[in-house]
Design a protein around this ligand. Structure first.
Ligand code: DGJ
Length: 757
């Protein structure tokens, strides 16, 4: 891994050993993009465009023959000087002019990976990293741009962000400051993104990229379930295991814009950053502004190669370090069993049954502070309702701790109800437009988190619960979009900063709380997965993926999030049937198998479970505890299924000695083909024992031929297979009947003459 600047100082190549990124300076002033893709040994100028004369196009003062700025590969394009495609930079100057042209000034290599003050970003961790700093400047406008590119040894990603400095004497207003702009070779691509809504998060959208601008965005104040702040451009026909993937993911929790433009000549430009709509940041002389970080990911062998990179980066270089390597507790969440109607008796009963089943954490969800059993009251005061819970949170925590479980508590710190004491005392603390009644969302207003006093209040509230040691875990919820985006604390000229300041304030509160209580595990939540983004993952080690707990729907939701996030970060709970959201019945084993490869929890009324079901749950938890040490740190892949009736996931242990495979059969189909399930990422040169059946297979067989699953006349059925790698080749003849029946008899011990490692 290294960063090379050529002797003449005209080009720079970042090389992680897996990917390279090349920049060049043309005419000593224009910074252009040359390459992002598989690692190069050197760059000799290969791929430098030959320009065709573009009639009626513009270029000024450039020695490159026939160049037109209409299709010049600017690394960080600004509007107004001949490039009419999507700009990454727009600045309003005090003199009324809205054109800036930062030109190349210098570059240097920095050791390691710098952080971004006030914003979450990937950190160096235990991997070698290096950073290229490029400075561009528009002296006349008084604008200096510092561009940062970091690479990590052996990783297929580049982390980018920009800092702006006002070096002049006039105020500048930053109106559009994208985190990354990327010029891609003029080829055919497909545009992949994740879309959704409440209870239907992270669905894949995929279509052929075509002429013009294709974009996804959030203008809801948070990253939103409508679109994940991510998209990828794929070579046509890309599968999970083949094809090229160029992806961008934004480490930010607020409004974003992600777009790709195919210009009239077929050139492709991709960008991601804060949404310019509703954003205007005033940069006074001497002032600085930093953009959020964008992660650029190149996967050369299908979507899994992209995911493997993101998973590793986020686990090792983004999540709170304390939790990245620790096993996550199996929890029981009270929401679907109690909703708002919480009581000490219920807590005690559920905690006792949870302890009996082997669970480790009881989370008291919403309702504990509400004056009634609805969402309309008391949000913001964070005083326990002692009529519902005599003795308060301390007593509830004591009861739960007394059963040998940790105690978790739900908060929605950013929201406030109109009838709260807090709102009556500080109406000016909520986002609102003077003269307008603020828009309610779920009976809530939002606090103006950009205000220091609001941040102090929230830190104080959380401190009052965490400081006592009663609370071991927090579920941090947020249940409405930002409206009335206006802060009374900001003057008219700064109102355009409100939405971004809200996110900066949120990060500041999270920073203060997590620094003071690094051992407290926080689960992020936003009506399910409405603010599940890398920015939050920097502070909270796991995120509730969806309020939809139906196992069938969860296969889509978790599969979608697994494109980006390691499964340990994705909360997945076993709930009751009929499912509360869909009314669907799925087998208890299936509900467990779907959740188990992710961050397993339970969210159901245990008193409604039969003795047999309670025993099953206890068995599931015992099995999970025996496996989670390697499964939670393992390599998750989506495997190709023989047809759309199946979904196949696998987790390979970090030492590659074992692999868990889950095959989900959506519907029993008596007329289906006899599909074979091929499992990639095994070692073709060794053999594996399937521990359920005692059957041995070559890695090459599993990868090339694939196994079959038995006939099970059940919709929503999950098959699981556990493969252990063998160090000696002892292959008895394969008997397919033996294989099939063996799978049904799960839990067989490996033959005694097999050495497992
Ligand atoms: C929305 C969350 O997604 C749910 O899990 C639950 O915590 C409710 N809020 C509580 O109000």
């Amino acid at each position: 891994m290294n960063i090379y600047i050529d002797e003449a100082g005209q080009s720079a190549r970042l090389d992680s050993g897996t990917v390279s990124y090349v920049l060049e300076v043309v005419d000593g002033k224009y910074l252009v993009h040359r390459y992002f893709g598989p690692s190069l040994r050197r760059w000799h100028g290969c791929g430098t465009p030959v320009y065709y004369k573009r009639a009626y196009s513009t270029a000024h003062d450039c020695s490159v023959p026939n160049v037109s700025f209409d299709d010049f590969p600017f690394e960080y394009p600004a509007r107004g000087r001949g490039d009419f495609r999507i700009p990454s930079l727009q600045v309003q100057r005090q003199d009324g002019i809205s054109v800036v042209e930062p030109l190349f000034k210098s570059w240097r290599v920095l050791e390691g990976k710098p952080g971004i003050p006030g914003l979450p970003s990937v950190f160096q961790g235990d991997t070698d990293a290096a950073t290229l700093e490029v400075i561009c400047e528009d002296k006349q406008a008084g604008l200096r741009v510092y561009m940062y590119y970091s690479v990590f040894e052996g990783m297929n990603m580049v982390a980018r962000h920009q800092c702006f400095e006002n070096t002049g004497t006039q105020t500048l207003v930053l109106e559009n400051v994208q985190s990354a702009s990327l010029e891609l070779p003029a080829r055919s691509y497909e545009f992949l993104s994740l879309y959704g809504t409440h209870a239907k998060e992270a669905n894949r959208s995929r279509f052929a990229l075509h002429s013009g601008i294709q974009k996804i965005e959030s203008v809801r104040g948070s990253s939103s379930p409508q679109h994940q702040p991510f998209f990828a451009l794929l070579s046509p026909g890309t599968t999970e295991t083949s094809g090229e993937v160029y992806a961008m993911h934004l480490v930010y929790s607020g409004n974003f814009l992600a777009q790709a433009e195919v210009d009239s000549f077929g050139n492709v430009r991709a960008q991601i950053g804060i949404h310019p709509e509703g954003f205007a940041w005033r940069l006074e002389p001497g002032g600085h502004f930093a953009t959020p970080e964008a992660i650029l990911n190149y996967g050369g062998s299908g979507l899994n190669s992209m995911s493997h990179g993101f998973h590793r980066l986020y686990r090792e270089h983004l999540m709170p370090r304390h939790f990245a390597e620790t096993m996550r507790p199996v929890l029981l969440n009270s929401w679907e069993s109690m909703y708002y109607d919480v009581s000490m008796d219920k807590i005690e009963t559920q905690a006792a049954l949870a302890a009996r089943a082997g669970m480790e954490l009881f989370v008291l969800d919403d309702g504990w502070f509400r004056a009634d059993n609805s969402s309309s009251s008391s949000m913001g005061d964070w005083q326990c309702n002692l009529e519902k819970l005599p003795g308060g949170i301390r007593r509830a925590a004591g009861i739960v701790h007394g059963k040998g479980l940790k105690f978790g508590l739900w908060f929605e710190p950013e929201a406030v109800c109109k009838n709260s004491l807090l709102y009556r005392k500080h109406p000016e603390w909520v986002l609102h437009i003077p003269g307008y009644e603020p828009v309610e969302g779920r009976h809530e207003y939002l606090l103006d988190l950009g205000r220091q006093e609001v941040q102090d209040y929230l830190v104080g509230v959380l401190d009052s619960y965490l400081g006592s040691g009663d609370v071991d875990y927090i579920k941090w919820d947020m249940n409405r979009p930002l409206t009335d985006v206006c802060s009374l604390a900001l003057g008219p000229e700064q109102k355009g900063e409100t939405a971004h300041r809200y996110i900066l304030g949120l990060y500041e509160v999270l920073h203060r709380v997590t620094s003071a209580y690094p051992g407290v595990l926080i689960e992020g939540c936003s009506s399910g997965g409405a603010r599940f983004d890398p920015g939050m993952l920097y502070y909270v080690a796991q995120n509730w993926a969806s309020d939809n707990t139906d196992a069938f729907d969860r296969t889509v939701i978790q599969d979608g999030f697994s494109l980006l996030y390691p499964p340990v970060a994705i909360g997945a709970h076993v709930s009751i049937t009929p499912n509360h959201q869909t009314g669907r019945y799925t087998p208890l084993d299936t509900r467990y198998q779907i959740a188990r490869l992710f961050n397993l929890g339970y969210e159901l009324d245990l008193t409604k479970c039969s003795e047999e079901e309670l025993e099953m749950i206890a068995g599931q938890i015992a099995e999970h505890k025996g496996e989670r040490a390697w499964m939670q740190g393992g390599i998750f892949s989506r495997q190709e299924a023989p047809n759309r009736n199946y979904m196949v996931w696998s987790v390979m242990g970090p030492d590659r000695s074992q692999c868990q495979v889950m095959v989900f059969q959506k519907f029993y189909d008596p007329l289906c083909c006899h599909g074979r399930f091929r499992i990639q990422y095994l070692d073709p040169d060794t053999s594996y024992l399937e521990t359920g059946s005692g059957q041995i297979y070559g890695g090459d067989e599993l990868m090339q031929i694939g196994f079959t699953v038995p006939l099970v006349k059940e919709d929503f059925h999950a098959f699981t297979f556990h493969f252990r790698r063998l160090d000696t080749e002892k292959m008895p003849p394969v008997n397919s009947n033996q294989f099939r029946s063996g799978i049904l008899k799960r839990g067989l011990n490996p033959p005694p003459d097999c050495v497992i490692f």
